[in-house]
Design a protein around this ligand. Structure first.
Ligand code: GCU
Length: 307
């Protein structure tokens, strides 16, 4: 029997947990119980930076890892974390599963880090939320906002006028509650499942990034699997990310409704002002021909805008 240990930093109510649990059920069914996942939610195996190391060392098998962490291993991953690189989840999901576009990127860390990327779950659009009401980006001046630990994330919040503070995901609630932070940035789903709305009730529509969580595997584990099991794992991953994408839309609507009922206020900021503030980051961060080429391929795959 093969049991693959998966690290996740979300709660059991989050779509990523549910999609992984369904993935495990399908693997189990199709192998008469020989292959399944053991999912460790809530950062129980550590924050994502630690999980990456555990994957590299083949101590655990699989992990859901945010793009920002991957950016710290390879500047090429940074391209998929750029504001504006993806227009929407509908643009993002086919691209991040298209071997023509991401095939090389996903195997690029096998020699150096012993990890292989299998694909990704969307994080939807990320937005800034704060403790005190704001009406424009100018009001973010001096506001301490938690970011994921990467240079691009720091630059994004600086560009929006805030003061970025890098921190692991699991520490954010307490830091908001104690006033170490004035705000954070995430999607509606995590805003809800992490209860951040209780301590930072003003959610703005900055739309600064369509985020991505990668499904990262230990290369040694993949290579050690029975070839038929590896094929099944890869085939069923396709159904898993598609299941997740379907769950995502409903979870976002539910999160908005529940956080509003819990006292959150959704504020509208000027979208053009946000776009203009973030535009210079492309020249600053996309500095190599490989990055540029990847960026251009992703943009070329964007669905045509209506109207
Ligand atoms: C989202 C994402 C996580 C990430 C988190 C964060 O919830 O799905 O993978 O760790 O944001 O802001 O750290």
């Amino acid at each position: 029997m093969t049991i693959l240990r998966v690290a996740l930093n979300q709660t059991e109510t989050h779509p990523s947990y549910i999609a992984l649990a369904n993935y495990s059920d399908r693997l189990e069914e199709q192998t008469d119980g020989r292959l399944r996942l053991d999912i460790f939610p809530n950062e129980t195996l550590g924050a994502q930076a630690e999980v990456l190391q555990l994957l590299s060392d083949n101590i655990i098998d699989l992990g859901i890892i945010s793009g920002s962490q991957m950016e710290n291993l390879s500047e090429d991953f940074l391209v998929l974390n750029m504001p504006g690189v993806f227009d929407s989840v509908e643009h993002q999901m086919p691209v991040v599963h298209d071997p023509e576009i991401v095939g090389e990127l996903y195997t690029s860390l096998e020699d150096s880090n012993d990890i292989t990327v299998m694909g990704g779950f969307t994080q939807g659009s990320r937005h800034v939320y704060v403790k005190n009401e704001i009406s424009s980006l100018a009001d973010l001046d001096g506001v301490k906002i938690r970011v994921q630990e990467s240079e691009l994330n720091l630059a994004m919040i600086r560009a929006l006028g805030g003061s970025p503070t890098p921190m692991a995901f699991g520490e954010v609630y307490t830091a908001l509650q104690s006033g170490v932070l004035d705000g954070a940035e995430n999607n509606e789903v995590s805003y809800y499942t992490q209860n951040h709305y209780e301590v930072a009730p003003f959610f703005t529509n900055t739309n600064h990034l369509v985020g991505l969580d990668y499904m990262v595997a230990s290369t040694e584990m993949l290579e050690g699997l029975d070839p038929a099991d590896r094929q099944l794992l890869e085939d069923e991953w396709i159904n898993t990310y598609q299941d997740h994408t379907t769950l995502w839309g409903a979870a976002t609507d539910e999160a908005i409704e529940a956080t509003k009922a819990g006292g959150a206020t959704y504020l509208e900021l000027d979208q053009q002002e946000v776009k203009d503030a973030l535009a210079p980051l492309a020249d600053e961060f996309l500095t190599t021909p490989v990055q540029r080429e990847l960026y251009d391929k992703i943009r070329a795959a964007a669905p045509e805008q209506e109207g």
